[in-house]
Design a protein around this ligand. Structure first.
Ligand code: ADP
Ligand code: 5GP
Length: 185
């Protein structure tokens, strides 16, 4: 049976710990390639262009979409986010494991266009803990947190659409499980 690495999509509500888990995983396994998305959101303190995201203007995002340069894109809590298509396809063709960290709408679009992709849902230990993490991160204004919590209710209700659920109790534990799912470990 072929063990060719597949495209893996990691989704889950804002604040659940997706970026933290992925950063931990990549520190120990830099060979796991993570797609860098384009977004119209403004950088948070410490975020760098080309590292966490390609930070683009609305006009630049319009062009990326019009030119078919995005594998998928979605509007999330007032900003647009999209996955550059070429880089992902190049890595997959080279046989490298590829990870996308995108929202529910994006995960659904990937499932439609690439049915072989595995969809992984990162869930919080509880609703209260999710609220604590999102608020505790301290990077969003209260009204933005409200929007993200509204979106979180929709995302949590869609968990059954995913192939696998990982509960983010321990960052190390989830990172290990994700590596195993990606067949890196
Ligand atoms: P996301 O990328 O899903 O929006 P982040 O990775 O930014 O979420 O994490 C949100 C907050 O939760 C951060 O302050 C992070 O340090 C914290 N966090 C992440 N994973 C855990 C965990 N397993 N236990 C406790 N806190 C966590
Ligand atoms: P944040 O603003 O917290 O970095 O991300 C907000 C949401 O957008 C998260 O759920 C994140 O996974 C998602 N996201 C990031 N990049 C993309 C992308 O390229 N496409 C889609 N559909 N969602 C993305």
């Amino acid at each position: 049976m072929s063990e060719r690495p597949r495209l893996t999509v990691l989704s889950g509500p804002s604040g659940v710990g997706k970026s933290t888990v992925v950063a931990h995983m990549r520190k120990e396994h830099p060979e796991v390639w993570l797609s860098v998305s384009a977004t119209t959101r403004k950088p948070r303190p410490g975020e760098k262009h080309g590292v966490q995201y390609f930070f683009v203007t609305d006009e630049e995002m319009d062009k990326l979409i019009a030119n078919g340069e995005l594998l998928e894109w979605a509007e999330f809590a007032g900003n647009r986010y999209g996955t550059p298509r070429r880089a992902v396809l190049d890595r997959l063709e080279a046989g490298e494991p590829v990870l996308l960290e995108i929202d529910l709408q994006g995960a659904r679009l990937v499932r439609e266009s690439m049915p072989e992709a595995q969809l992984v849902f990162l869930a919080p230990p509880s609703w209260d803990e999710l609220v604590r993490r999102l608020t505790g991160r301290g990077t969003e204004a209260p009204e933005v947190i409200e929007r993200r919590l509204e979106a979180a209710k929709v995302e949590l209700a869609a968990e059954a659409e995913f192939d696998t659920t990982l509960v983010n109790t321990s960052v190390e534990g989830v990172a290990r499980e994700l590596l195993a799912l990606m067949k890196v470990l």
